[in-house]
Design a protein around this ligand. Structure first.
Ligand SMILES: [Zn+2]
Length: 670
């Protein structure tokens, strides 16, 4: 691993303008590498040399670097907004005072664990297991990153995307995945031992003796292990049918007779819903078994841990550091804590994201960029339509349905048309944990209030500065925040080739999610409904299996291979997205005489642009974690895995059969 010299951190100050990096940078190429042997090394080898991984990052790549630039730019906005002035707008007051409260480290330090006292007292006052639901409801409302016992919120009904219903999810774990609790290998055992130490350390911070804390950690582990064993794997959870069990109220009560749902609904301020989608009934059966078999003492222990765990980030450094040691250092290999400004900017982005994002979008995202991005999106959609019309393996009936779905996709570019109203949320300059609590409760209630109301299709799940994009199968929309539509990803100064290779392929990627192993099960209206003929579905599954077999051969780290069933949707989207972008680029530039630039043909520039979004590093510990939890393959395979399937790439770089970037049995879905 490379080290960042301390002098680089002298740059750690707010940005007033975003730096420019072109979407194709020849300086990032490793010209000593053969593109037909390892295209990722060829396109990114020098980026990786020029951009050592910062000590506070688990991975460092073009996306995370841009995200960090955005955070630094937002820091400037917040710094300004945090200066008390009568001229501040109500929005500036909220984002500025939230940031100021977070940055007041001395006050946070002085408070220690005191902000937890009221809730800890409530836990201590629990008398019997039947008292749990009311308290759990309050804890759920106040926690954004932990779901003790289970999770509860609202979502679109799988069967009717126009209606919002209540969802009860599996949850209750402190480790990042159920696999950590059930796997028997040496590394998993080591992780569990380290986790026990961490949980015990947190109990000690709450004032317990080492012996008591050790015993308490074992109780937590026993409850969480039982819940983990009853939880679905991530691969199972890719199947929406396995997560769809609409229970009328009486059936919910019968599922967990020891849990008083009436008290829980009362605590979260929800009029008892007529039905609840219980995503994993077997998990809730286990919750019932645990409630029935364990005394209140065990539950108090379990709830104290989850309270401290969920709130640790907002407490004094003793709590912050303990969490860092386990979750960032041990599990992800990060060597240094993120500076406080960075964490504070992230909390404002999470809790007041559309107030902060509105300023970000106004300053960085022009109407011209929006128009260009929309135009490119339409080009990619046109390419997908042409592709669907001539797809040899798809029958006519399915093809018509697929076209219907494609035409129904809504393109959301940059930022929401309608901004969230935070006026009822009180933010105080001298009360950081209070601000977080109120903001999280505001968001929880906003989500719960949707139940029974019409769907707001204008809503976004990402804030404008986010460097990412998504497809939502129930909304049937694709969403590109302003943060992902800037150089070096989307670069209006560049020729079309690298832009189509980069952002074009991302647009194609999101579009094909509507038709991947998961997305294809939803129709044009976002309803879970099978619109495929049996024969066409079998043809799809066969082609998708080619991709999942291909990726399952790749090594992530040590002896760990990619779980090709977990990454299937993303891998198919990477392959299809690149194909569609290539077709769209050819179409958009047909009739133009494209010349080589910088010694590369237009086709080569397309593929270099396509690969340079993915330049980066990842720490081995983080790779290990992502192998279990991340649906995306490691960056190098997201490039080499794709190009090695494409005859267009082979041709562009004159690669020969037998070379690593030419797969003998190439996969092709779209
Ligand atoms: Zn994706």
């Amino acid at each position: 691993m490379l080290f960042v010299p301390a002098c680089l951190w002298a740059q750690d100050r707010p940005l007033t303008a975003l730096p420019y990096t072109p979407s194709l940078e020849p300086a990032f190429l490793d010209r000593s590498a053969d593109p037909c042997v390892d295209f990722y090394q060829f396109t990114c080898g020098n980026w990786n040399r020029l951009n050592p991984i910062p000590a506070d990052q688990p991975r460092w790549d073009v996306y995370s670097k841009l995200q960090t630039d955005n955070l630094r730019y937002l820091w400037g906005i917040l710094d300004e907004a945090s200066k008390p002035s009568p001229d501040r707008t109500p929005q500036q007051q909220k984002i500025g005072d939230f940031f100021a409260a977070c940055m007041d480290e001395a006050a946070v330090e002085k408070a220690g664990a005191a902000p937890l006292k009221a809730r800890l007292d409530e836990i201590a006052a629990l008398k019997r297991v039947s008292d749990i639901p009311a308290l759990l409801g309050r804890l759920h409302l106040e926690s954004s990153n932990d779901s003790a016992v289970f999770g509860f919120d609202s979502s679109q009904d799988f069967a009717d995307s126009n209606s919002i219903i209540a969802f009860a999810y599996a949850g209750g774990l402190g480790l990042p995945d159920r696999d950590y609790y059930v796997k028997a290998d040496a590394k998993s055992q080591e992780t569990r031992a380290r986790y026990l130490d961490h949980v015990a350390a947190m109990f000690q911070l709450l004032g317990d003796s080492p012996a008591t804390a050790g015993a308490e950690a074992r109780t937590v582990m026993a409850i969480e292990t039982a819940l983990a064993q009853a939880s679905l794997t991530r691969v199972d959870k890719r199947d929406p049918y396995k997560l769809f069990h609409k229970y009328p109220r009486a059936r919910l009560d019968a599922l967990t007779p020891s849990f008083g749902w009436a008290a829980y609904f009362n605590a979260i301020g929800l009029a008892a819903p007529a039905e609840v989608n219980v995503t994993e009934p077997e998990f809730f059966q286990e919750v019932e078994r645990q409630l029935k078999s364990r005394g209140i003492k065990d539950w108090k222990t379990y709830l104290r841990w989850h309270l401290a765990h969920g709130q640790s980030a907002y407490l004094s450094s003793a709590f912050v550091n303990a969490s860092f040691e386990f979750y960032s250092k041990y599990l992800r290999g990060v060597t240094e804590q993120q500076p406080r400004w960075k964490r504070c900017v992230r909390y404002v982005d999470r809790d007041l994201g559309e107030a902060l994002g509105q300023v970000f979008a106004a300053k960085t995202f022009t109407a011209d960029t929006k128009a260009r991005a929309l135009e490119m999106t339409k080009e990619i959609e046109k390419a997908m339509e042409a592709d669907l019309r001539q797809l040899p393996w798809m029958g006519e009936a399915t093809r018509q349905q697929a076209l219907l779905k494609l035409h129904a996709i809504v393109n959301k570019i940059g930022y929401p048309d309608k901004w969230r109203d935070y006026s009822s949320l009180r933010i105080a300059r001298d009360d950081f944990l209070g601000d977080v609590d109120r903001a999280v409760v505001f968001e929880s209630k906003r989500e719960l209030a949707k139940i029974g109301k019409p769907v707001d299709r204008s809503e976004w799940q990402m804030t404008p500065p986010t460097v990412n994009a998504y497809y939502d199968p129930q909304m049937n929309d694709i969403n590109f925040p302003a943060g992902v539509l800037q150089p070096p990803l989307f670069d209006p100064q560049m020729d079309a080739a690298p832009n189509y290779g980069n952002t074009g392929a991302t647009i194609g990627h999101e579009l094909t999610h509507g038709f991947d192993d998961q997305g294809r099960q939803f129709d044009a209206h976002g309803n879970l409904k099978d619109w495929w003929t049996e024969k066409d579905a079998a043809e799809f599954v066969k082609r998708a299996a080619c991709v999942s077999n291909q990726y399952s051969q790749y090594t992530v780290v040590d002896d760990i291979k990619i779980n090709g069933k977990l990454t299937l949707g993303e891998d198919v989207a990477d392959l299809g997205g690149t194909m569609l972008a290539y077709m769209a680029w050819k179409d958009a530039t047909s009739g133009q005489e494209l010349k080589p630039i910088g010694g590369f043909t237009p086709e080569q520039r397309f593929f270099i642009g396509m690969a340079q979004w993915a330049c980066g590093f990842e720490r081995p510990e983080n790779k290990r974690l992502n192998a279990i939890t991340n649906e995306h393959s490691p960056d190098e395979y997201r490039i080499n895995g794709v190009v090695s399937n494409l005859p267009e790439f082979r041709q562009a770089f004159s690669c020969h059969p037998g070379q690593p970037m030419v797969r003998e049995q190439a996969c092709r879905v779209w």
